[in-house]
Design a binder for this molecule. Sequence first.
Ligand code: MSP
Length: 520
Amino acid sequence: MGKFYLTTPIYYINDKPHIGHAYTTIVADALARWHRMRGEDVLFLTGTDENSEKNVEAAKTKGIDDVEAYLDEMSAAWQMTWDTLGLSNDDFIRTTEERHRKGVEKFWKVVCHAGDIYEGDYEGLYCQGCEAFLVMSDLVDDMCAIHKKPPKKLKERNYFFKAAKYRDRIVAHIEAHPEFIQPVRRRNEVLQYLKDGFSDISISRQWKSREHSGGVSFGIPVPGDKEQAIYVWFDALLNYLTAVGYGTNERRFKQFWPADLHIVGKDILKFHAALWPAMLLSAGLELPQKIFAHGFFTVDGTKMSKSLGNVTNPLDVVGKYGNDTLRYFVMREIPFGEDGDFGVAKLESRYSADLQHGLGNVCRRILTLADQIGASQMQSAQRNAYPETAMLSDLTARTWQRYVAGMDEQAPHEAVAALWEYLSLLDATLERTKPWEQTRPVADRAGVLCTLLESLRHVAWMAWPLLPNTAEAIFRSLGMWTKESTRTLAEAKKWSNLNVKSISISRGAPLFPPLTKQIM
Ligand code: MSP
């Protein structure tokens, strides 16, 4: 059984999470659950990026002098949000933690020892929103194209990292490993960037002082130089190493590194696909297996972002519609990798059409009919004697194939689409076989319903990583709820694994009640 280490970006905590951050983390959660179901030893990491001047300024704006207290409070609010959303991260790293600082210091020394750090003067345009120096192509009307704010002019003495030295090796790696950067379109952008614009990068900032007001006031000091702090991106990327024990727990580090999947937004792909590999190569470490860049959540076509003030709080959405509704919406509505617009009207129409009427009704109809026919009839029915069995078992196998490919290739939208097509074919089977017609022999009707109950078991399994609460409710209705740890793919995919002899069917509460009488 292999391991699977997947990460989200670590988030700045200058505000509470918005639905764009929830998007990244929810999809990562679904993939983590999927790999657990595959039987892998999963480590799903998320966390908070705390050594940023953005966070310090946010504290100041709120009139809080104690930056550390502010960070503690905000970081807890982020973790609480993920808990409320039912996310299953195995670890949550804060870059103010000791385990992180120790690893960062070690890394700096290793890279320094490799001869890849040198001193120099830096003069350039710095965007606080991006926490990065910009080049002319990053500007629109003299403002940062993402944050729509003018960058600051900065001139400082800094330490530089010899990133450009690794350009050719990174290009060669990307070319030899088509899966390294996904989707393909992004891979080409990164290659272009490496070929055109990748140069050595400043990796420290001067501390703020009376003489220098442009520097930083918070961060990890550069080992051996009291006047400089480590640049926040250089520090932040290292969370992926320090969380698995780099510099503190070699055994754990060997167990989990390299990461199998970094999920990032397209805005921060360059840091992950160019700077990060250069850092790892310099330190003599393996590169991650895959970096997947997803698109933006937009509001009327503009990126949802704290600095633009057009945000939706995920807690408001799940408070009203439930966790699985938000999960379904983000995975159904937006092909992973593309941009997608968020809107309550769209979410509500998905809810009614796909969840309440699609999934909810099919489950309810099958369970109600099975319940009416009664357990003893169901138990004596020989389901293999019915023509629907062959058709549905074949359909189930084909649906699993599409589903598995979607989940393995970070295309949960494909997996969701496969599942919903399956549901509509179950509905069509009901319509065709009409097991409610009293004129048909009860054994026939019970046979069809046994087959459909077995199909529902597959629905529950496929829903498990995507919509865990819904999956649990279906398993419970089938009388089959067991501990999460026992769920494995081999067991899930087997046709006819439903033990009719011991099944206890219950209708349960509606999975997705009508919105007006909403009870989720
Ligand atoms: N702290 C850095 C990341 C360091 S990782 C070593 C950072 N933080 S962030 O909070 O500004 O954004 C992190 C990520 O949040 C983005 O890359 C993206 O994954 C997600 N998103 C932020 N806004 C988003 C949308 N509007 N839509 C989709 N994802 C969004 O950058």
